[in-house]
Design a protein around this ligand. Structure first.
Ligand code: ANZ
Ligand code: ZN
Length: 712
């Protein structure tokens, strides 16, 4: 029989932390603030091992910082809008709200049972109208400040279900439900102007605190700053011209063809004059069904159509053919390129497929490289380039050629970004309604702030058709214009759930505010978040969107900070059977069973001990017996310590004092560096030494006992 009775101990202490308010945090305190935040979860129903890892790391930091005298804020809430609740409603008829709230209460109980400290008084849930009212408020602020706008953009359209699909519902180009082909269809949609912040989002990464370098790199790539040159090409024997963007102007003499994206705005005029206009039309239709990923993919065979027209190379008046091909994307650069197959991989592949001319204009210093089998993409010197021959490739020669282009008014330096504006409208039910009204006189008008929230209507049929599900509720749709009062209709799209999660960390700080989403002074006091902890799957979108939100709200005047997250920790994934644990794969290990057999603390300790927390790790419960045994031994040692006969000797028991100080030293050293596993193994070692000492000890001095009581 174990002496360590975790069942009773855990429930006793968890209740005690609750009643004593150990986790509750006042925003005003004489202590230094420390905002410690775990990414709020999607309420999937059950805690999985990834959650346990996340919340255990968060809990260790909360307790550690509390013990170090900080005023620690550690709130918890729910990212509770989103597709799964809606799918379940379509399948089972259970209302998404009921479905979601049952799952939340289940997860809340599990998190409490885990014993992690959260300030539940600050709890928020994205689907709660007390929360989404303020999401709508912030949307309106962005709209009023020209940071939200509406424009045509393609959505995924299932030709057989006649419904709009979310990206997650498109599996290899086909509908998840019926397997029919998915097409792109243009709808009028809402965007946030994140691209206006591209440069600042990039620069901000340098000034930020401690972030994993791979996360920074992913953000950098996503923003994708590229410095190059934009210049114009004339279509021969017409008055048409278009711009191309290149980062390799030095290869201009190697342009052997030019390419337009199928969606390029000049295409209609090309169709009027091209001898191949029928083929081009068909090609444009075909590329509509391809995803951007597919079009960019190196492994897919490149396709295109010759327009039969020519452009002239501005540097030497060479006549080269003009093609349409979908490996050129419409929304990057200018949507058109000068193709240099001799020195660019994708142009090379394309030229091989269609037997187009390939010309070498860069060579290595030894003149030994040729391009018969592959393009030459390294640095070298220019050949076949007229007066620019023998100049170094890349910067030096690009500068020289640019001088010629600028002098003749043909081109100029240009910076482009890969980052596109954020498409936030969804044709879905279970999301935050977009608080805008369409008036035939005034156009798009924001709902008046006093009338928020625009409540999600009750409907019976959650499936979407041509429109969003919300369009089915007449009471919802029909309203009057907030400006002029005439009969008008509401927007029926809802917002991307990433909008909800772009500001929840602000609401936590002032979650009971009924006048505003948050108080400016509180935010200024508490932001940036000292420590943010979450999964690496959010390394790009969530972090970028939140960073954009804070900058936009700063510019609107709602707060005075520029970055939301100072330090970021990305925990590694816990896998099982080689892949991520997930319900759909049926490889979920339920943490709750361990609460009963080993105790929450043994599980938490085991997860910390398993591996460095940033590493991915394969689940294997072989070691959990070990951490349970360790906790038992710690318990036994303390029982033994407190049962030793007390002597009146006024000298300390050095070995015991040493063990305590070794423990404090190791914990301090390792926790600051997120080396939880090393901290645990140090404690295990120290405990064995303590066991050995105690096996022969029979007395303890008064001083030592006081020292122990003081330190634990
Ligand atoms: C000629 C050239 C020669 C290029 C060469 C590269 C190498 P980064 O650096 O990623 O920004 N490009 C431009 N717009 C494009 C579009 N809309 N779709 C597909 N490709 C596009 O990429 C810039 C380069 O990508 C540009 O420089 C252009 O190809 C291509 F030896 O121009 B380059
Ligand atoms: Zn009006």
């Amino acid at each position: 029989m174990d002496s360590y009775d975790f069942k009773n101990l855990e429930s006793k202490w968890q209740a005690q932390w609750d009643t004593s308010g150990l986790a509750s945090c006042e925003v005003n305190s004489s202590k230094t603030n420390f905002y410690n935040l775990c990414m709020y979860p999607y309420p999937s129903g059950d805690l999985h091992m990834g959650h346990i890892r996340n919340y255990t790391i968060g809990d260790v930091i909360t307790r550690y910082k509390q013990k170090n005298g900080f005023n620690v804020m550690s709130p918890m809430g729910w990212d509770s809008f989103g597709l799964p609740a809606e799918n379940a409603a379509i399948k089972t008829g259970i209302h998404p709200k009921k479905f979601t709230e049952e799952r939340i209460s289940n997860m809340r109980e599990q998190i409490k049972r885990l014993g992690s400290l959260y300030d539940w008084d600050r709890e928020v849930a994205a689907h709660d109208s007390d929360y989404y009212r303020w999401t709508q408020y912030l949307f309106i602020k962005l709209f009023e400040n020209d940071l939200a706008y509406k424009e045509d953009a393609p959505v995924n359209w299932c030709t057989s279900c006649k419904t709009v699909l979310a990206n997650e519902q498109v599996i290899e180009g086909c509908c998840e439900r019926c397997d029919a082909d998915v097409e792109q269809k243009n709808l009028n949609q809402w965007f946030f102007k994140i691209s206006e912040y591209s440069e600042e989002l990039l620069q901000g990464l340098d000034a930020i605190g401690d972030w994993p370098s791979n996360v920074k790199a992913m953000q950098e790539n996503w923003i994708g700053k590229s410095q190059g040159v934009e210049f114009s090409l004339n279509v021969l024997d017409t008055d048409l011209n278009f711009n191309v963007f290149t980062t390799r102007l030095d290869t201009l003499y190697g342009m052997t063809f030019a390419v337009l994206a199928p969606e390029h705005s000049i295409i209609n005029k090309i169709l009027d004059i091209s001898p191949n206009s029928d083929e081009i039309k068909e090609y444009i239709l075909n590329s509509k069904s391809k995803s951007e990923f597919e079009r960019m993919s190196i492994s897919k065979k490149k396709t295109g159509i010759d327009t039969g027209l020519f452009v002239s190379n501005p540097i030497n008046d060479e006549k080269v053919p003009l093609w349409v091909a979908d490996y050129v994307l419409v929304n990057y650069g200018t949507g058109a390129i000068m193709a240099v197959p001799g020195h660019d991989e994708r142009d090379y592949e394309f030229a091989k497929v269609y037997d187009l001319n390939i010309l070498q204009v860069i060579i290595d210093e030894n003149h030994s490289i040729n391009i018969d089998d592959e393009p030459f993409t390294d640095r070298g010197i220019l050949i076949n380039s007229g007066e620019y021959n023998n100049l170094k490739s890349h910067d030096e020669s690009s500068e020289e050629i640019l001088k010629y282009l600028t002098k003749n008014g043909i081109g100029e330096k240009k910076t482009t970004f890969r980052l596109r504006d954020w498409l936030i409208s969804r044709q879905r039910y279970w999301g935050c309604p977009i608080p805008v009204i369409n008036c035939s006189k005034c156009g798009l008008v924001a709902e008046s702030l006093e009338k928020l929230p625009v409540l999600l209507p009750e409907i019976d049929d959650y499936k979407n058709s041509e429109d969003s599900p919300l369009a089915k509720s007449k009471e919802f749709v029909n309203t009057s214009c907030p400006k002029c009062g005439i009969e008008s209709i509401r927007e029926t799209d809802t917002m991307d759930t990433f909008v909800d999660s772009s500001w929840y960390f602000l609401r936590f700080l002032d979650s009971n505010n009924t006048n505003l989403p948050f108080d400016k002074e509180i935010i200024n006091d508490w932001l940036p978040i000292n420590q943010y902890i979450g999964g690496v799957e959010h390394a790009i979108l969530h972090l970028l969107y939140s960073r954009f939100f804070v900058k936009a709200l700063r510019d609107i005047g709602m707060l005075d900070v520029s970055e939301p997250f100072h330090n970021l920790f990305s925990q590694g994934m816990i896998n099982f059977g080689g892949t991520k644990m997930s319900k759909s794969k049926g490889n979920v290990v339920d943490p709750e069973s361990y609460f009963a057999t080993h105790g929450a603390d043994a599980l938490r300790l085991y997860i910390l001990f398993m591996a460095p927390p940033s590493d991915g790790v394969e689940w294997n419960d072989g070691g959990i017996e070990g951490t349970k045994r360790f906790l038992n031994k710690v318990w036994d040692n303390f029982e033994k310590l407190f049962s030793l006969e007390i002597t009146n000797q006024h000298e300390v028991d050095l070995e015991i004092i040493r063990k305590i100080n070794q423990s404090i030293y190791s914990i301090t050293k390792h926790l600051d560096k997120f080396e939880f596993n090393t901290a645990v193994s140090d404690l295990m070692k120290i405990n064995i030494e303590l066991t050995n000492y105690l096996s022969s000890a029979s007395t303890i001095s008064v001083e030592t006992k006081e020292y122990i009581t003081f330190n634990i």
